[in-house]
Design a protein around this ligand. Sequence first.
Ligand SMILES: [Zn+2]
Length: 374
Amino acid sequence: MSWGGVQLGRIFGIPIRVDYSWGVIAALMTASFAAGFGQNYPYLGLASRLSLGLSACLLLFGSVLAHELAHAVVALRNGVGIKGITLFIFGGAAEMTQEPESAGAEFRIAIAGPLMSLFLAIWFWGIYLFARGTLPAPFMDVMTLLARMNLVLVAFNIIPGFPLDGGRVLRALLWGVWGQFGAATKVASGVGSLFGSMVIFIGLAWIFLLDNIVGGVWFVFIGLFLRHAARSSYQQLLIRTALRGVRARDLMVEDVSCVPPRMRLSTVVDEVMLPNGDTSVPVVEGGLLVGMLDFDSFRGLSRADLERMTADEVMSRELAVRAVDANDEATSVLPMLQKANTLVPVVSQGVLVGVLSRDEASRRLSTLLESPTP
Ligand SMILES: [Zn+2]
């Protein structure tokens, strides 16, 4: 769902990012708002219509951001870290670094967003009621539009299907009553998945019974998204539960061949890399990791270059900086390993203690997950 994006800045220290998909939606929304204002107020020029449409769009953007910031601030107050807020095609997401520790914390974090949207709906409606008759009618329309949009945000988010806010509230309640996080997540995700299926069904009914293809397709699309989100968030939870306590040191290869910085490249290739079949080699000085040699390091070098140059002249210091700590959780290391196409060095206080390779890590992982753990 993510196409990449840009970081706008930070609020309360939380990085705010906008997904490129949001730009597409923003353009469509501005255009359709502007067209609406044109119909209601034919005397408005194109520039006024567009600026009204754009202000409505930006205020909606601000509303979604406020909703996510409410989640984020309450999360931080409850000891849950926030990686950042991303605004994307279906609204926004405040990414938490871990699950809340208690049902109470989860409840407060989940309810904060919809409460903020409800507050904003009342606030925009309040401006409309107080300023009606004094300010221009198109401006009043923007206020009622924003009040309605924020109500839609409340309505959509209080649907009790995980991972929507309402689903998190449901999970927190079940968790509080049963005292079991896993079972509560299972039921809340099940409801989310069921709700997604219902939305798909409604969409299909629209398409075939009412001949409303555009509206119906939107419903089917949203339903599929909800179902996918519910299932994948439950699967992620299962994986995280299974991986609890597994650390980088459990997945790494300890017996690593490494080379000193002043070793001639021809020696590195002929005596270390080729005999061992290694595609990358850590460069170590006095036990400390100083760089990594990989395929890219040798790109464009001739045999004569290999005879002449040493490891420290071509090694990547950047790859060494990206080393993981032996105590890092597998859940944070594995996504990184998925992306890396070379070995990831593992250090403990700067000293190289092993390397992670994708193949070896997944082999060890399956052994760990098959063996019964206490
Ligand atoms: Zn929310």
